[in-house]
Every structure is written in C-alpha cells, then in structure tokens.
Design a protein around this ligand. Sequence first.
Ligand code: SAM
Length: 209
Amino acid sequence: MQFDILTIFPKIIEDYAGESILKRGVAAGIIKIVAHDFRKFTTDKHHKVDDSPYGGGAGMVLKVDPIYNCLESLGLVKDGKKKKQAGTKIIIMDPAGKKFDQKKAKQFSKLKKLVVICGRYEGFDERVYKFVDEKISIGDYVLSGGELGAMVVTEATARLLPGVLGNEESLKEETFESKEKMGIAEYPHYTRPSGNHKKIYEWRIKKSR
Ligand code: SAM
C-alpha cells in the first residue's frame, strides 16, 4: 500500500517513517510512504504557499494552486477535476472532519493508495476540498499542522497490513479487536508471567471486564 503525503514539512514525515514499525514495513516492501513538498509546486519566485484570506480576517490560508499542481503531478487531478481511481482515496487533515478511529483505519487498509493532505496556518482555501474524498480529524483539539495526524492515520492503517507487525498475534488481542469481539478493552500487561496459562487467561479476562 502506498501513502502519499502532501505537506510543506516533508522531513517530519520522513523522520517518523524512518523509524520502528513503519521503517520495517517499508523495508519489507509492504508499504511505501512518500512525502511530497507542495511548496515545490508553486509558480511564483518567492515560492509562497499561503495568502491572506479574501475579505480579511486573522492568519493565512493555504493556496489551492500548489496543492492542485502537486496532485496533478501524481495523476490524481486533471483539467480542474478529480480523477476517479479505484483503490485510491484522497483525505485532508481537518479538525472539523470525521473523527479517525480503528474502523476507519481498517477501511483505509483495504486501499491501494491513501493520499493525505496536511494543512498549516488557518487551513485551506475552500477550493482545495473539491479534490478530496474525506475530511479527517484525529481528535477534538487544534494542532498547528496536519503532519502528526497524517502519521497517526498512516501508522494505524499500516500496522493492520499483514507482515508490517513483527507478531501478527498482537493485533488480535488489541483493545479495539477485543472490544469488537467481547465488548472489553485489552487486559493489563506485566513482564514475566507465572507460567500458569489458564490462570493468566482467566485473570486477563477479569481485568479487561
Ligand atoms: N483554522 C482551523 C480551524 O479552526 O479548524 C485550524 C487550522 S490548524 C491551525 C492547521 C492545520 O492543522 C489544519 O488545516 C489541519 O490540516 C491540521 N490540524 C489541526 N488540528 C487537527 C486535528 N485535530 N485533526 C486533523 N488535522 C488537524
């Protein structure tokens, strides 16, 4: 599965994707994570990605053109329209969007490609939303940019893909899996159990309840 992340801070994405589980998933060829700096798609000499809001108001707004040009370079838009592509979804990080959860991560994990657009400043020129399938929020608070959210979505999705985690068994007992099956959260963990597996299992269920 490929994750294309549009941002003006590609290093944030590359650094996080270069460690731990995501790094392993990339090395194993199961996932590909590419950060696209949409500042490179500006056409003015100062490489400006933002502008003041039309009609006034506080802060700056991300312009539509650099984001459109970046999406065009990825073959996702053409002639001012979004191109339909099976297995591809374009999401935009937005605190007013749909709340991201494990169910969404599962849905995304069925895709071939997830494109994530990260905002900054006051957010996006409204015209950007025309090229997007879904607005996604990672929680009811406001961050300064979409990069952390993009990494939350990428990691939660990628770890559901077979082979990304070292031990697939750990997926089965995780909080949201056990909530789905038994309506309870995952049990507490300790190192060095006693070795009595039946007792451990009974204790875990009791603690989960
Ligand atoms: N003016 C916007 C508002 O009030 O909704 C907030 C903009 S925020 C400072 C800048 C960018 O950070 C957003 O465009 C979005 O991409 C990202 N962001 C901030 N909080 C987020 C959240 N909870 N979930 C997803 N993205 C978020």
